[in-house]
Design a protein around this ligand. Structure first.
Ligand code: AP5
Length: 191
């Protein structure tokens, strides 16, 4: 089993690139954002609990996402590997993921960090707001809050993986296919 994290601020292209990488390398794509949006759309108990938090661009509680990821890992025992998108977002989530993977005799191979300029993040999310209907893309204040929350709560996860030499930056500016090729090169070097 070979596992990767795709990492970066909101709008850096994690979701876009994860779908392509999952297909290219036969990995299972696990996006906590997508899972949570499904819960909200279905108006489940969990969905109602997290809806307001997501609309404000804040993080949902660690235990919620840790449990969701553990369930998906258990549900795919024969998987060749996973690409984690939007998880972990806190150091406690990173520790929990390591423990869960260790129980399955596996680990994270690389954290792929998409580096994108602030103005480009905002440009992409404002553009997506026109079509996505995502409430957290709705206005500039929420977009800026998501980026602020990323810097305060999620960036510390970089140090967690850097100490194990698992942190790898990738230029996330430019054309989608060009960025995809840069990511593929890093992954091919691992497998
Ligand atoms: P999540 O769904 O993870 O959202 P995010 O991190 O804010 O990321 P985005 O989906 O906005 O951006 P992305 O980096 O995936 O870029 P994308 O490919 O979509 O999380 C949403 C919320 O859920 C969080 O705020 C939080 O509340 C909660 N949550 C989720 N996980 C959590 C966790 N682990 N812990 C706690 N809370 C959690 O691209 C963005 C746009 O840009 C698209 O329109 C795309 O087409 C376009 N685009 C992509 N690449 C390019 C390119 N190269 N050039 C031009 N346009 C591009």
């Amino acid at each position: 089993m070979i596992n990767f994290l795709i990492f970066g601020p909101p709008g850096s292209g994690k979701g876009t690139q994860s779908v392509k990488l999952a297909s290219e390398f036969s990995l299972i794509h696990l996006s906590t954002g997508d899972m949570l949006r499904e819960e909200v759309a279905g108006q489940t108990g969990l969905g109602r609990k997290v809806e307001g938090i997501m609309q404000r661009g804040e993080l949902v509680p660690d235990d919620v996402v840790i449990e969701m990821i553990a369930e998906r890992l258990d549900a795919n025992p024969g998987a060749g590997g996973f690409i984690f998108d939007g998880f972990p977002r806190t150091v406690d989530q990173a520790r929990a993921l390591d423990e869960t993977l260790a129980d399955k005799n596996t680990s994270i191979c690389k954290m792929l960090m998409l580096e994108v300029e602030h103005e480009e993040l905002v440009r992409r999310l404002i553009l997506r707001a026109e079509v996505s209907g995502r409430p957290d893309d709705k206005n500039l204040d929420i977009i800026e809050n998501r980026i602020k929350v990323y810097k305060e709560k999620t960036e510390p996860v970089i140090s967690y993986y850097r100490k194990d030499n698992k942190y790898q930056t990738v230029n996330g500016m430019g054309d989608i296919d060009e960025i995809f090729h840069r990511l593929c090169e890093v992954i091919r070097a691992c497998i």
